[in-house]
Ligand binder design. Structure first.
Ligand code: SAH
Ligand code: SF4
Ligand code: F3S
Length: 479
């Protein structure tokens, strides 16, 4: 563990005993930025802090401890942290006037990348902890109580955090499960290999145990997470290393687990075993997030993406051959250094060709320490904005057309929350479209056949099929 480099600061008071006394109930507020892995990590931080007497609260005002779980992927994401810390400082000061102490922790990828900078810029921060060390939060809280000044733990430990985390607690009907951490790909635009560290896959038995615990707690749908999730190579039975396709089959054997998803996958790591799983595992949802970033081979090369467009097309074709109802979503970056109008047009052409039913698109953001940041020919901000607007309008057209296309079809819908009006529930289709429908509250948590009656920009309206006929009526259900 690295020792605290900044000590003896006047405005970061030593925290007193009551914050680590395990018998008092204390309020915990966690604000999460960034990807699903951070959402998972935030829940696990709450699991780590529960034995210390912390329970969740919805807002920061009554929180005895506040955690910002941060994202460093783009400049805007990182800057949000500092503006939030300004607000937190005011809350901490006003609580102090009432004699209440507040622990402020910054976790996640900004913490990992800028730990000392955070301590310097935001003296209200008591501790900084990275994505691979948050299992040590109790030790950090104890240290912060003993020592004057902030404490930091930004190590990449040899023993993974998963070996030390308490059992997961199930929340809701749909859950995230991190199975793989870090990334060894080093795309030239991306900070993740630096903030999350090297690739690590959890052993199969660990993943299956955590999934079974979630399902026993009422979870029906699990999304397997990793920054490069299909690079998964976990130790299986008899120490044999297995890939994601095999892991999915093991999870499919858990009774009560109805839907399996995974994200984020890399086109270069889609292997035959995974493609076969798509063809044969009914619970594996026919919706895949497969980031492509650009439609230009030249730009993909400069991005160090490890694949070209022909390879991407081929992967899509093989996946569709295995599961014809499979639809794709993607991530796209416009304005990578050196991107010409022709490169951008190639991206537009690919988007139309594949017909992504959903996509996240971003303007390239130069990240300190990445090779892209020092490449020549950065694209002017105005050009990036124009390209992004054109791309997003095409993406929206495709999304709306797909929503329209769903009208009249009967799809399996996981009902996972109450609607705005009494008697209404909201669920999600296999393609993650929200569906609003009238349904009795007892169906909450069930996957039911729903006939889509109307399509909107970002959601659908549906009618519950008399499901005494159960999944026989569900389109796509195969013998
Ligand atoms: N592991 C995933 C991506 C993780 S980051 C993959 O390999 O695809 C999520 C998305 O953020 C990326 O797919 C990319 O589209 C976007 N992104 C990452 N770094 C970026 C940067 N510097 N500027 C703009 N967008 C970026
Ligand atoms: Fe970043 Fe590339 Fe790794 Fe994805 S594969 S996390 S984009 S370096
Ligand atoms: Fe952001 Fe870190 Fe996730 S940089 S996207 S929170 S891995």
């Amino acid at each position: 563990m690295r020792s605290d480099p900044i000590r003896g600061r006047s405005d970061r008071s030593s925290l007193n005993f009551r914050y680590w006394a395990p018998f008092l109930v204390k309020k915990l507020y966690i604000k999460t930025y960034g990807c699903q892995m951070n959402v998972y990590d935030s829940q696990r931080m709450a699991d780590v802090l529960t034995p210390l007497g912390y329970e969740a609260t919805d807002g920061p005002d009554d929180a005895d401890m506040m955690v910002l779980n941060t994202c460093h992927i783009r400049e805007k994401a990182a800057e949000k942290v500092y503006s939030e810390l300004g607000r937190i400082r005011a809350i901490k000061d006003s609580r102090a006037e009432d004699g209440k102490e507040t622990i402020v922790a910054v976790a996640g990828c900004v913490a990992q990348a800028e730990g000392e900078e955070i301590m310097r810029r935001a003296p209200c921060v008591d501790m900084v902890v990275g994505p691979q060390t948050y299992h040590r939060l109790p030790e950090l809280i104890a240290r912060a109580a003993r020592e004057t000044g902030g404490v930091m733990d930004l190590e990449f430990p040899v023993d993974p955090k998963f070996d030390y985390l308490p059992p997961v607690s199930a929340r809701g009907f749909s859950a995230f499960l991190s199975i793989q951490e870090g990334c060894d790909k080093f795309c030239t635009f991306c900070v993740v290999p630096y903030t999350r560290g090297a690739e690590y896959s959890r052993p199969v038995a660990d993943v299956v145990e955590e999934a079974a615990l979630l399902v026993a707690g009422g979870v029906r749908e699990i999304t397997l997470l990793g920054q490069n999730v299909n690079a998964y190579h976990g130790a299986g039975p008899a120490e044999k290393v297995v890939g994601l396709g095999t892991l999915i089959r093991k999870l499919d054997a858990i009774d009560g687990l109805s839907a399996i998803r995974y994200t984020t996958s890399h086109p270069a790591d889609v292997d035959e075993e995974l493609i076969r799983a798509h063809g044969e595992v009914e619970a594996l949802m026919p919706f895949l997030h497969l980031p492509v970033q650009s439609g230009s081979d030249r730009i993909l090369g400069a991005m160090n993406r490890h694949h070209n467009i022909d390879h991407y097309r081929d992967v899509i074709a093989r996946l569709k051959a295995a599961r014809p109802d499979l639809k794709f979503s993607t991530d796209l970056i416009v304005g990578f250094p050196g991107e010409t109008d022709a490169d951008f047009e190639a991206t537009m052409a690919l988007v139309k060709e594949i017909g992504f039913v959903q996509a996240f698109s971003f303007k390239y953001s130069a990240r300190p320490g990445t090779p892209g940041a020092v490449m020549p020919n950065h694209v002017p901000e105005g050009v990036k904005s124009e390209r992004l607007a054109a791309l997003q309008s095409t993406l929206l057209e495709i999304q709306v057309a797909f929503n329209d296309d769903c009208v009249g079809r009967t799809l399996p819908v996981l009902l996972d929350r109450a609607g705005r009006h009494p008697g209404q529930l909201v669920g999600r289709t296999p393609y993650m479209q929200p569906v609003h429908l009238d349904a009795p509250a007892v169906l909450m948590g069930e996957i039911v056949p729903v006939t889509i009656a109307a399509a909107h920009r970002n959601s659908l309206t549906g009618v519950l099929v008399d499901h005494s006929a159960e999944s026989l009526a569900v389109e796509g259900a195969r013998a």
